[in-house]
Design a protein around this ligand. Structure first.
Ligand code: TXA
Ligand code: MG
Length: 325
């Protein structure tokens, strides 16, 4: 079972665990988060694994302040205004990702935008101490209730993680408001403690609301997610003319030698390694110019469920995904 220690003396131990590639449950003013180094793919894969997430939804990066945030994302004027007014606090800003940002593609699910938040309290200190952005989704198993006390985290995830930092009950108790800033447009992707009215009052711009039938990308909807230019052919047993090949494990599809480009998610057949490589390898094979990427079968257990979910979405006919690009 996980150790539970008070936030008053947890900074050193939490920093050490995260610097070593581990994950730690941490308190924020909204809800508890499950945090790891955003640049380190193995830590991010371990977060998904512990949550048992059926999908690789993009995660929020927690930063120590605006300076660090601006190393990760590009801040249009409206984003600067919102950050200066509401940070630290329960507001997440989705902005364009900087090309050299210290953020692994598994965090952004391969998107060219990133969700950034400067929370109050412990997580800001931890991020500052490490001088790293921390990826952290809510600290609950997928499909379970969001945890707002250390005990709730322990009941849900205590057998899967080593350390829970106890900051008492969360002050807000509800996930952060998420606003996407696209030039001079604002989109409210998730309502939260900071209201649309407050955002409009700060910026002079009324946020557009994301909702069903609206092509704006919204959390939980898969409209925003990475789709390669090439089509994907799943569970491929062979490679056809002109195709690139995304492999998994030790045995190869027939005619693999003819593939226009080849990458192996995990030669050893390790699902965590495959998760870490998924988005960057898809991107790489997409850049080979092939019209089709043949994908060898990936087993469905554990992280394989999320990998297959993402592959299926990337393979779906584009007009079947609302708002897809
Ligand atoms: O209050 C919170 O925000 C908590 C605490 C721990 O900080 N965190 C949290 O994270 O709720 P998570 O991973 O459970 O929710 C992240 C949401 C997802 O619904 C995801 O779709 C959205 O943020 N998101 C992340 N990156 C995005 C992006 N680049 N574009 C659009 N949506 C994004
Ligand atoms: Mg959640």
């Amino acid at each position: 079972m996980a150790d539970i220690i008070s936030e008053d003396n947890a900074l050193d131990r939490a920093a050490e665990l995260i610097a070593g590639g581990g994950i730690v449950a941490v308190p924020t003013e909204t809800v508890y988060g499950l945090a790891g180094d955003a640049a380190y793919g193995d830590a991010v894969a371990a977060i998904f694994e512990a949550k048992g997430r059926p999908r690789f939804n993009p995660l929020i990066c927690h930063v120590s302040g605006l300076d660090m945030a601006m190393r990760v994302g590009d801040f249009p004027e409206l984003a600067l205004r919102l950050a200066r007014k509401f940070w630290p606090g329960p507001l997440t800003l989705v902005v364009p990702l900087k090309p050299d940002a210290p953020v692994h593609p598994l965090v952004t699910a391969g998107l060219d935008t990133v969700a950034l938040r400067n929370p109050r309290g412990f997580v800001s200190q931890l991020s500052g101490r490490l001088d790293r952005p921390l990826a952290a989704p809510s600290a609950n198993r997928s499909g379970r209730i969001t945890a707002t006390t250390a005990d709730a985290v322990a009941a849900d995830l205590g057998d899967r993680i080593a350390l829970i930092v106890d900051g008492g009950p969360c002050a807000v108790g509800l996930e952060s408001t998420i606003v996407k800033v696209d030039g001079d447009r604002l989109m409210l992707l998730r309502p939260g403690g900071i209201t649309g009215e407050e955002i409009a009052a700060c910026t002079g711009v009324a946020p557009e609301h994301a909702g069903p039938g609206n092509a704006i990308e919204a959390p939980g909807m898969m409209t925003s997610h990475y789709a390669p230019r090439a089509r994907l052919r799943l569970d491929a047993a062979d490679v056809r003319s002109g195709e690139a090949l995304l492999g998994f494990g030790a045995s190869r599809a027939a005619n693999a030698g003819n593939a226009r480009a080849f990458a192996n998610l995990s030669p050893a057949g390790d699902l965590r390694e495959a998760a870490v490589n998924l988005f960057s390898y898809l991107n790489m094979l997409d850049k080979s110019g092939a019209d089709v990427i043949a994908v060898e079968p990936v087993p469905g257990e554990g992280l394989g469920e999320a990998i297959n979910d993402r592959l299926a979405r990337a393979a779906a006919p584009r007009d079947s995904i609302p708002g897809s690009r």
